[in-house]
Design a protein around this ligand. Structure first.
Ligand code: NAD
Length: 503
């Protein structure tokens, strides 16, 4: 295997797949499923998980359970201290079971075991943070409406939420949404990706152990086009929170129109790394390599487009290529691996298609560009194209793999124009030692998250979400709980109300 130094393995491959049931109304069930989905480890090509292929009848059952739990149960009506206690117990249980969760995540996604550990422990921290937010959630008051009127703005949980999640960070993305939904008092029907449902189902077991009342969280497995679509359409669901591709996000939005559901969309990105001439090029090169190789580039916030000042373009490109050659790619169960397998056969073919497209469009391939030969697993060489122009497909579409494009600029305004020149607006990084340059750039770039002299950093305190076709709404931070509430304005008359009809 290319580049893999040392291959200590703590975990062995399972001899048979782990069997999962769906989780509806606090019970484990096969539901209406007539067949099973078998998930093969993308890195080892052995069956690792099996879940029921649920259908529309299961969606109806899960929604009815979530509806009952919301309308008649204790969850929304109890004090926030109860919800916070359950979230904190869940966090503790995630920590206790972190190695088992990390192993399942690695086997299903192909990501390095060390990275999975980091994501699982990071997720526990988010559950803890959200527990605090449950108790901090509050409304507003207006005492300035005159002697006779008092205004109150209260927040109420929106109701039953359908939560649809992708395969790239199954457990972490769930943690960026589910505890916030629960903190607000909502009940939930979750549909994880059919490729990576294992850790979401394991979490359902931990929630039960933590004392979550039946029906508050239900987890369904099965194809997105059936189960996901039925959730988006369901008229007893009040809000749908979807994370995934812009293409499917558009379908979800249309399906949600039936009963005018509230909608949260976290979609794709084509995120610029804007490097000005005065930047620390060594720091930028390292972060750019991390930003495009982390999770094999299968990251909504991957910094996939370098936009660099022409005077430092060549030097930066050399530094990026030299660091990229040292990245350890290989078996995700190996403790030293930094980049594992691509998650799906269809997806590696799609990425290779984009690489071919880049060649045909006239971009210059300076590094990588091919599959790494291996008896098992789907490994890709991290790939760099230079002399990329803004109109090329590889500069405009989300490749969702370790493929970096480099485009040069001459003036500040041109850098900003290039940075903003895609239908997306999810994230951006700016590299400059000059305060004026970096702050002006943060103001002018259209993206939900902007990093200055770093990339893919931060915690749950700040919100995440996208401008333009990268989405609607925000997750995490206090905004992440507020997202799952409705505002109610209450006007209270104090004293006598002036009569309208003369008597
Ligand atoms: P995807 O859109 O194919 O699938 C996402 C989820 O939607 C899965 O659970 C899938 O089963 C379900 N689904 C499929 N068809 C559906 C339908 N018709 N109705 C409802 N649900 C349906 O995305 P993916 O391939 O799993 O993930 C990769 C994409 O997700 C990338 O575009 C990436 O940028 C995006 N993403 C965005 C964020 C973010 O926070 N902005 C985070 C992670 C991933």
């Amino acid at each position: 295997m290319n580049n893999n130094n040392g291959n200590t393995r703590i975990h062995q491959l399972p001899t048979e797949p782990r069997h999962f049931d769906m989780f509806i109304d606090g019970q484990w069930t096969q539901g209406s499923a007539l067949k099973q989905v078998t998930r093969m480890s993308p890195a080892h090509n052995v069956p690792v998980s099996q879940y029921p292929s649920g259908g529309v009848a299961d969606v109806d059952q899960a929604v009815a359970a979530a509806r009952r739990a919301f309308d008649h149960g204790l969850w929304a009506k109890s004090g926030a201290d109860f919800r916070a206690t359950v979230l904190l117990k869940t966090a503790a249980l995630i920590r206790q079971n972190s190695e088992e969760l990390a192993l399942c995540e690695t086997l299903e996604t192909g990501k390095p075991i060390n990275q999975s550990r980091g994501e699982v422990l990071g997720a526990a921290g988010i559950w803890e943070y959200a527990a605090g937010q449950a108790r901090a959630l509050h409304g507003d008051s207006f005492n300035n409406l005159g002697d006779n009127l008092l205004g109150l703005v209260t927040r109420e949980p929106v109701g039953v939420v359908g939560l649809i999640t992708p395969w790239n960070f199954p457990f972490f993305i769930l943690a960026e949404r589910l505890p916030f939904i629960l903190a607000s008092g909502c009940t939930v029907v979750v549909k994880p990706s059919e490729l990576t449902s294992g850790t979401t189902l394991m979490l359902a077991g931990l929630l039960k152990q933590a004392g979550l009342p039946d029906g508050v969280v239900n987890v369904l497995t099965g194809p997105g086009s059936v189960v996901g679509q039925a959730i988006s359409e369901h008229t007893d669901i009040d809000m749908v929170s979807f994370t995934g591709s812009t293409e499917v996000g558009r379908l979800t939005m249309a399906a949600a129109a039936g009963n005018m559901k509230k909608i949260g969309l976290e979609l794709g990105g084509k995120n610029p790394q804007v490097v000005f001439a005065d930047a620390d090029l060594d720091a930028a090169a390292d972060a750019i390599v991390f930003g495009i190789c982390f999770n094999a580039g299968q990251c909504c916030v991957s910094g996939s487009r370098v936009v660099v000042h022409r005077s430092v373009e060549q030097l930066l490109t050399e530094k990026i290529c030299s660091l990229m050659a040292k990245v350890r790619i290989g078996d995700p169960l190996s403790e030293s691996t930094q980049v594992g397998s691509i998650t799906e056969q269809r997806h590696i073919e799609r990425i290779l298609g984009y690489i071919e497209q880049g060649r045909k469009e006239g971009a210059v391939l300076v590094q990588g560009g091919a599959r790494i030969d291996s008896a098992q697993g789907m490994y890709l060489q991290p790939t760099v194209f230079s002399e990329v122009t803004a109109d090329m497909v590889i500069a405009r579409e989300e490749i969702f793999g370790p493929v970096l494009t480099i485009t040069a600029f001459d003036e500040f305004d041109e850098a900003i124009r290039l940075a903003n020149d895609t239908p997306f607006g999810l994230a951006a990084s700016i590299w400059s030692r000059d305060l004026e340059t970096s702050l002006q750039a943060t103001r002018q770039i259209k993206a939900g998250r902007v990093w200055v002299n770093t990339t893919i950093a931060g915690g749950p305190e700040l919100p995440s979400g996208g401008f333009k076709q990268s989405g609607i709404g925000r997750e995490t931070g206090r905004y992440g709980v507020e997202e799952y509430t409705e505002l109610k304005s209450v006007h209270v008359q104090l004293g006598e109300r002036p009569r309208w009809v003369e008597v």
